[in-house]
Design a binder for this molecule. Structure first.
Ligand code: ATP
Ligand code: LTN
Length: 341
């Protein structure tokens, strides 16, 4: 009987904070865990992406370890998926250069994440790496011939660029890359900030609006208690007039698995205070075990490093094959035997 290969999945997350937040978890990381059951998954901590804006080397090293520990704690299983650190696999950068040379200046300039982030620093203060960031992301994905990429809604445009670059390379040089699709969840794809519910929850906004997985439960409860709600008192979803309450209901629904309509009934005749109190409990039930396990893993650095070394070795095997094929098709002279490429 022919063996049908499992679909391939690749995703990455930046180690740019000491902790992931609920937006990361619901928008992306929870899907990472689910997808390991049915796919061959590659997950990386994208440390090279983390230096496109100002960084501190010691913090980067520490955050890379803590990020890997959180991924394991929330359910990424190294026996079933390949977990690694991007900078341990030099094939990403080798492929990225070639893709940079087929990407167009105009298309990279249209990336809204680049426009937003570069606006904050201005053209003189923004790095060239910030501009080419989405092309490195394309290389991350294409090097593994990924079929699906689980990410939050904000990464849609980067995925579209990835697909365009794969198609362009394939039509110029012959079929080399799988053209990937996004895997974007409906519930949780866009968790909003608790203080500014018009903006997505993000570590770059003030911490009061962002629920970090490694926050103490009392801190989380306080953030939820202080979440901006709306005029009126009814607990109903209404994205236009009640963005704050709608966001809280959306988070509850994504974590508890109950539909928003069911929650509206459950809170009928009760106020925002009740919603917030219950939501804090629902969040604590999910994040407390993740916090505890993360700490245990961070304390066992040797084991963490062993898992990451095994992941990088497996990742290099797969990415090496793709990048060798892409280099050959692009016309690079193969190095003579004995020359390490
Ligand atoms: P920043 O806002 O500082 O750029 P971030 O907090 O958005 O960073 P990333 O590392 O860029 O975090 O995102 C990691 C993953 O989490 C991505 O797949 C992204 O789509 C998803 N994600 C981030 N924020 C949210 C959110 N508020 N809702 C849903 N998904 C999110
Ligand atoms: N750009 C993404 C992080 C990222 C990624 C990837 C996601 C880098 N490489 C490859 C999926 C696949 C972000 O900002 N969240």
């Amino acid at each position: 009987m022919a063996v049908v290969p499992l679909p391939r999945v690749l995703s990455g997350i930046q180690p740019t904070a000491g902790s992931f937040h609920l937006g990361n978890y619901l928008g992306a990381l929870r899907q990472w865990v689910a997808l390991q059951e049915t796919t061959e998954a590659f997950y990386c901590v994208v440390d090279l992406h983390a230096i496109t804006q100002d960084w501190n080397p010691d913090e980067l090293r520490q955050n890379t370890l803590t990020s890997a520990a959180q991924l394991l704690a929330l359910g990424v299983d190294p026996a079933r998926s390949t977990l690694f650190v991007q900078s341990h696999v030099p094939e990403h950068v080798r492929l990225s250069w070639v893709l940079e040379c087929i990407a167009r200046f105009g298309e990279a300039s249209r990336m809204t994440q680049f426009k937003d982030k570069s606006q904050r620093e201005g053209a003189e203060g923004s790095s060239v790496g910030l501009f080419t960031y989405p092309v490195l992301m394309a290389a991350d994905i294409l090097a593994y011939q990924a079929d699906q990429v689980p990410v939050g809604d904000d990464q849609r445009q980067h995925l579209e660029l990835t697909r365009d670059l794969a198609t362009r390379f394939n039509s110029r040089f012959g079929r080399t890359f799988t053209v990937p699709s996004g895997f974007i969840p409906e519930a949780g794809a866009r968790v909003m900030d608790l203080q500014s519910p018009g903006k997505k929850m993000s570590k770059s906004l003030p911490p009061a609006g962002c629920v970090f997985l490694l926050d103490e439960p009392s801190v989380t409860a306080k953030k939820i208690r202080s979440a901006v709600t709306d005029t009126g008192r009814e607990v109903v979803a209404d994205p236009v007039n009640k963005p704050g309450v709608t966001n809280l209901l959306g988070i509850h629904s994504a974590l508890s698995g109950r539909s928003v309509a069911d929650l509206e009934q459950h809170f009928a005749g009760r106020g925002y205070g009740d919603l917030k109190k219950e939501l804090a409990e629902v969040v604590a039930d999910v994040v407390t075990p993740i916090r505890t396990r993360t700490q245990e893993l961070v304390d066992d650095r040797a084991e963490l490093e062993r898992i990451l070394a095994a992941g990088a070795a497996r990742a290099r095997e797969v990415a090496g094959v793709t990048v060798a094929a892409a280099y050959e098709r692009a016309g690079f002279l193969a190095p003579a035997a004995g020359v390490v490429a």
